[in-house]
Design a protein around this ligand. Structure first.
Ligand code: COA
Length: 255
């Protein structure tokens, strides 16, 4: 069985971290695979939204520490490793479709980076969060820290990173790390995905690009204008107007 499983149905791709016996700890190879996978979703019209989750009882206990000796021991290896982590997080962050992390059990360290790279985070009651980088003498990366800062604010981000302490799903809802808590994270994530699946892909692509740019404080205005024009010049815009006139739901194709 593969370490990452992808199932696509009704426009929703469910990406599952699949090493339940290691609490879905993410290996170097998996970081690389995640980057390729999420980049590939951009050009896949069969995928309208994406759920990221873990198999068994956990989302993930973070980077696979057991292989650090082999793949993240020296300075050069550590840099190379962090490039792979950031590439995975950034591919998830940038993919032009809505992404939802369905979180249960442990969501630790590098796994929190994966979750924070998604547009939305749904936690199951009992989920446990922590970024224990201070227990390993690792500085949490720039890209991951920026995402944490934009979700929880500077003081809470400092508390999370300086203490490495665990926090609950309810705490995560209060501090802004997650935006929903319920009894079944995966089914809540599926409902969220369904709410967006029939809407215009070009609208979501443009909104995501602009909002991500705002959140990072570096909006590429020219590229945003291109996405606005792309939607205005699309068959989907024509379809939206026709469907309104004909009093029927629009059928969007993303072009
Ligand atoms: N990397 C590699 N293996 C991991 C792992 C990780 N991040 N997290 C858990 N595992 C492995 C354990 O080594 C164990 O393997 P084993 O059965 O071969 O001994 C297995 O998963 C089950 O974990 P275990 O520690 O026995 O479960 P637990 O319920 O006692 O504790 C955790 C669970 C998650 C609290 C604990 O495993 C832990 O602290 N993991 C490291 C978390 C961490 O620091 N992550 C940040 C990385 S950036």
């Amino acid at each position: 069985m593969s370490d990452i499983v992808v199932e696509t149905k009704d426009g929703v791709a469910v990406v599952t971290l699949n090493r339940p016996h290691q609490r879905n700890a993410v290996t170097y190879q998996m970081w690389q695979h995640l980057a390729e996978l999420f980049e590939g979703f951009n050009d896949n019209p069969a995928v309208r939204s994406i759920i990221l989750t873990g198999s068994g009882n956990d989302f993930s206990a973070g980077a696979d520490i057991s292989e650090f000796e082999a793949v993240r021991s020296g300075l050069e290896e550590s840099k190379r490793y962090e490039i792979a982590v950031d590439a995975a997080g950034d591919a998830i962050y940038r993919v032009s479709k809505p992404t939802i992390a369905a979180l249960r059990g442990y969501c630790l360290g590098g796994a929190a980076h994966l979750a924070m790279s998604c547009d939305f985070r749904v936690a199951q009651n009992g989920a446990i969060f922590s970024i224990p980088a201070a227990r390993l003498s690792i500085v949490y990366g720039v890209s991951a820290t920026r995402k944490l800062f934009s979700l929880v604010g500077v003081t809470e981000a400092k508390r999370i990173l300086y203490t490495g302490k665990r926090f609950s799903a309810d705490d995560a809802l209060i501090n802004g790390f997650v935006d929903q808590v319920g009894d079944d994270a995966l089914s809540a994530a599926r409902s969220r995905a369904a709410e967006m699946a029939e809407n215009a892909p070009l609208t979501i692509k443009g909104a995501k690009f602009i909002l991500n740019g705002c959140a990072r404080g570096e909006l590429d205005r020219a590229s945003a204008e291109k996405l606005i024009d792309l939607a205005s010049d699309s068959g989907d815009y024509l379809e939206g107007r026709r469907a309104f006139k004909e009093k029927r739901p629009p059928l969007f194709l993303g072009k």
